[in-house]
Design a protein around this ligand. Structure first.
Ligand code: GRG
Length: 303
């Protein structure tokens, strides 16, 4: 399956969607996040005006591609996903984790606000995610079961067999086997779980059947694995300005990555093959609009 959007219309669609997300995130922050000014500021510093917004846009464009008609509720779900993802970045950068000074092209949260506020900012973003989900029915007409299933899918992806489990393995690099199977396990948990959940919840809001939901999830896992392989490749090949974070850290920290096991060229080949498989999984739906171009972007991106 090839993407039918040309580069310019894809870039425009991406930009428009990022604006929609930005506006809705601001509205939800104003409505739901109060408390001391410093924590409000730190949450906004991390969540607004930055990031590729891949997970929320995958959610929205999966919803649209499957003929969903509840974009307002889906936009809230997309903001919830971005908030949870941003929490993981804030905690990932902490000195006790990856210890990174730069994130999204600016000082990481603990560099700007100190470690204690950064821990609490991550906690606040994680809490904000579930506050958005729990309050959706106060804003939009959407079935209760849709919200319960969406919340469950996101919590599962963020939990100990998803994001957190993957992060645990990732920081245990000295105690784990450095094999292709292990790197795949880490990628599935720390990255693919949330990317798959992003597509899955877009599908849930669109009202898809359970069987089709499994197919979407499979496609999401494939896309998420491809995304993390390219992330590993960019860490080796790109620069600080393009990435907005410190390059070369994986090698310096002795991290288990795809290129460290199979090399850069084989890693890229694997990522492109995984994306083709993801698109194949979605073949039954015919024209998926910009979703296919977005899947291509997962592997063609430079940051
Ligand atoms: C609970 C203390 C505690 C920590 C948890 C969950 C977690 C820390 C870390 C998650 C692991 C993680 C950060 C995985 C990396 C996934 C990844 C490649 C993130 C970068 O995503 P992009 O490139 O970032 O989409 P932008 O900035 O564009 O949104």
């Amino acid at each position: 399956m090839t993407s039918r959007l040309n580069d310019r219309s894809f870039a425009k669609a991406l930009e428009d969607e990022r604006e929609h997300l930005e506006t809705r995130c601001r509205t939800l922050l104003d409505a739901l996040v109060g408390g001391p000014p410093v924590i409000q500021e730190a949450v906004r510093y991390m969540l607004l005006d930055s990031g590729k917004r891949l997970r929320p846009i995958l959610c929205l464009w999966t919803h649209d591609a499957l003929g969903g008609s509840n974009r307002d509720a889906c936009l809230d779900v997309a903001c919830a996903l971005e908030s949870l993802h941003t929490y993981s970045l804030v905690h990932d950068d902490l000195p006790c984790m990856d210890d990174d000074d730069l994130r999204r092209g600016k000082p990481s949260c603990h560099k700007k606000y100190g470690e204690a506020i950064a821990v609490l900012t991550g906690d606040a973003l994680l809490t904000f995610c579930f506050d958005i989900l729990a309050s959706i029915r106060e804003r939009w007409v959407v079935r209760e079961s849709v919200i319960i299933e969406t919340t469950r899918a996101i919590a599962k992806a963020a939990g100990t067999s998803g994001l957190i489990g993957g992060q645990v393995l990732d920081i245990m690099e000295e105690d784990i086997e450095h094999t292709k199977e292990m790197v795949e396990t880490i990628h599935r948990q720390k990255t693919a779980a949330l990317i798959a959940a992003s597509m899955e919840v877009g599908a849930i809001v669109a009202g898809i059947s359970n069987k089709d939901r499994e197919t979407i999830h499979r496609a999401g896992v494939l896309a998420g694995r491809a995304f993390q392989i390219i992330d590993d490749v960019l860490d080796v090949q790109s620069d600080e300005k393009t990435l907005g974070k410190t390059p070369g850290k994986d090698v310096r920290d002795g991290k288990l990555t795809f290129p460290s096991i199979v090399g850069v060229d084989a890693s890229k080949k694997e990522a492109f093959e995984l994306i083709e498989k993801a698109k194949w999984e979605l073949g039954a739906w015919g024209d998926l609009g910009p979703l296919v171009a977005l899947l291509d972007f997962v592997v063609a991106r430079s940051s």
